[in-house]
Design a binder for this molecule. Structure first.
Ligand SMILES: [Zn+2]
Length: 281
């Protein structure tokens, strides 16, 4: 099904993957956010269903607390290695996006099965604009997905909220498991806009809440990190359209791995010079 946008200025229609109207070039909605807005009614319905099920189990107040905590306190975080972050600290350098780096020749293609799967999934989920997307995870306790690098970059909400959308899980793993297609579309209501990420988290985690769950447990439910196998990591995936730089970063949390100590020292000096807040975990 082709999803079209109606231009707010000239009223012509254009494919949602374009950021600008193809007739008059007026900027329209961010494509990933537009896709999420198409599923808002499904998400709302899923949330009402989750709330009913939670009520039967006596955890409906806890579910509402989870929704509120995620809406008010969760952040998008991106993990990068020490060398990758060091590169991004140069003036006039954006944070790398995979496909743009490959195009520029800064990163070389490989035939790793995961790279191939990722490419298929990205072209399916972000058809026509996958090169523009930064991937992040949603966190409540400032700890990210260390399998993607030991530096966790927490992003400033005000600089991403209008261009971020979410998916209930890792889109690559979803693609492998469900093989979505025209006949078998992605489950409606599994996408959310930034302002409704609390509902998405509540729908996903409802079954994991029990009468002994405390609100202090929410952070560990939101990101379930598996040190042995990155494929078992479970998190809400955040998609951010367009460029990010070190100035989009609110704070860096570094968990140095062994062998990275001297690189980390140089990195923290650069972070101090650039006045980017950081902490060593
Ligand atoms: Zn137009």
């Amino acid at each position: 099904m082709e999803i079209m946008v109606t231009c707010s200025s000239c009223k012509e229609q254009y494919h949602h993957a374009y950021l600008h109207c193809t007739t008059c070039h007026k900027q329209g909605p961010y494509p990933n956010v537009y896709l999420a807005t198409q599923e808002q009614a499904n998400l709302q319905q899923n949330f009402q269903d989750a709330l009913l099920r939670a009520k039967k189990r006596g955890v409906d107040n806890l579910l509402l607390q989870l929704q509120h905590q995620v809406d008010s306190a969760s952040k998008a975080c991106i993990n990068r290695s020490v060398p990758e972050l060091s590169l991004a600290l140069h003036e006039n350098r954006a944070l790398g996006r995979y496909y743009k780096e490959v195009q520029a020749g800064r990163r070389l293609l490989d035939d790793d099965p995961w790279t191939r799967l990722r490419a298929q999934a990205d072209q399916y989920f972000f058809h026509g604009f996958h090169e523009e997307i930064h991937f992040a995870a949603l966190t409540l306790n400032d700890s990210g997905m260390s399998s993607y690098g030991s530096c966790c970059l927490l992003l400033k909400e005000a600089l991403i909220d209008e261009r971020a959308s979410l998916f209930r899980e890792n889109t690559g793993l979803y693609f492998r498991e469900h093989q979505p297609s025209e006949k078998n579309p992605v489950t409606p209501g599994w996408r959310a806009v930034w302002a409704e990420r609390g509902m998405l988290a509540a729908c996903k985690l409802q079954e994991q809440l029990t009468t002994t769950t405390a609100s202090s447990d929410f952070a560990d439910l939101l990101i379930q990190f598996s040190p042995e196998d990155a494929e078992l990591d479970d998190f809400l995936e955040v998609h951010i359209y367009g460029s990010l730089t070190i100035k989009t970063v609110q704070q860096v949390v570094i968990s140095p791995q062994s062998g990275e100590e001297s690189q980390t020292d140089r990195l923290t000096k650069r972070l101090e010079e650039r006045k980017i807040p950081f902490q060593i975990a």
